[in-house]
Design a protein around this ligand. Sequence first.
Ligand SMILES: *[C@@H]1O[C@H](CO)[C@@H](O)[C@H](O)[C@H]1NC(C)=O
Ligand SMILES: *[C@@H]1O[C@H](CO)[C@@H](O)[C@H](O)[C@H]1NC(C)=O
Ligand SMILES: *[C@@H]1O[C@H](CO)[C@@H](O)[C@H](O)[C@H]1NC(C)=O
Length: 382
Amino acid sequence: MEFARLIFAAIFIPLLINMVAAYSPPCKFKAIYNFGDSNSDTGAISAAIFPRQWPNGETFFGKPAGRVCNGRLMIDFIAERLGLPLLSSYLDSIGSNFRHGANFASGGSTIVPQNKTIAESGLSPFALNVQIFQFDQFKARTADLYRENKKYSCRNQFLPRSNEFADALYVFDIGQNDIAYGLRTVGDAQVLASIPDMITQLALAVQNLYTQGARTFWIHNTGPIGCLPSTLLSISNPPPGFLDNHGCVKTQNDIAQEFNRQLKNRVVKLRADLPQAAITYVDIYAAKYGLISNSKQQGFVDAKKICCGYHKNGIDVGCGGILALPNGTQISGTSCKDPSSYISWDGVHYTEAANHWISNLLINGSISDPPIPITHACYTTS
Ligand SMILES: *[C@@H]1O[C@H](CO)[C@@H](O)[C@H](O)[C@H]1NC(C)=O
Ligand SMILES: *[C@@H]1O[C@H](CO)[C@@H](O)[C@H](O)[C@H]1NC(C)=O
Ligand SMILES: *[C@@H]1O[C@H](CO)[C@@H](O)[C@H](O)[C@H]1NC(C)=O
């Protein structure tokens, strides 16, 4: 009897959710506000610190477009699916359009502020708490400007409407750099010990936005960091059991999964604490690992191969970089012939083709909890 009930639930609840999604009207998201790192940076580091170089952007934009990718990121596919323009970075003062949201993500950002310069650490000065300060300013100043401009309404065309912040989708994709930087500097045990602090600070950011009226949250977990080809390049003779069946560093993926486990638990708690919110937890790890472990079947080359940059005979030239050898030969970090068949763009970041593949799952609810398509993931009072 219990078993029959379980089978019933296992089969019919997902069906029901899909039916509800199919027959209920889609959400009317008016804007997207995104917080994160290079996985979703659409121009912050490029505008504020150093421009992203060619061949970044070559496939979709035909020029560098502030992203570390040959084309679009997951956040771009999300915007497209919701019928909204691609997000401008808050820090980009040139040609930006904030009518339908803004992007606070910046490459190298951590959840927990590390208080190190970008030169010392490679980390962004715009940790999650700073991104939230930037959002606060953005919200207050655009509201002010909108009021002052009323008479000259054409000036308002690139500003958000104050009443649309509540109907926005608030997206988070952050944590990978906290783990990566910790692994490089303090080691596995200390990274594990600091995960609760990372989760608490991420939850505080969500609570802060909720207090300001945000109602719909879409929270990505962190990917399989132990599968990043740049890490694997530096491992020559791994001891038995160090790598898993797909060639990924086991201990690193275990840490990423521990982060994800604690994040998922906290999302459950946040749902109880913030009753007027819809909070979706998205299993990016499962999608990325699924792709990496099935690269051939999905039409991609070996997941360890890197499309952009030069990594041979002990020589490493990053994507878009140039190295002069002592004998006068120059080596450039150019891109591969067919980026659409690669998963890894530069060893750390994914190609547009991989981002597109992951986004197809992300958008239709098949990797999210609850399993609702993104078009239906909003908070509703009814
Ligand atoms: C960085 O500074 C902030 C503010 O003083 C502090 O809360 C945080 O713990 C520091 N981070 C680290 C990793 O020491
Ligand atoms: C310079 O050194 C590189 C790497 O050893 C080699 O491939 C290249 O042929 C050399 N070029 C010249 C002009 O000797
Ligand atoms: C979501 O999309 C993926 C990839 O296109 C597909 O394999 C999967 O069956 C879809 N899932 C649902 C619930 O529609």
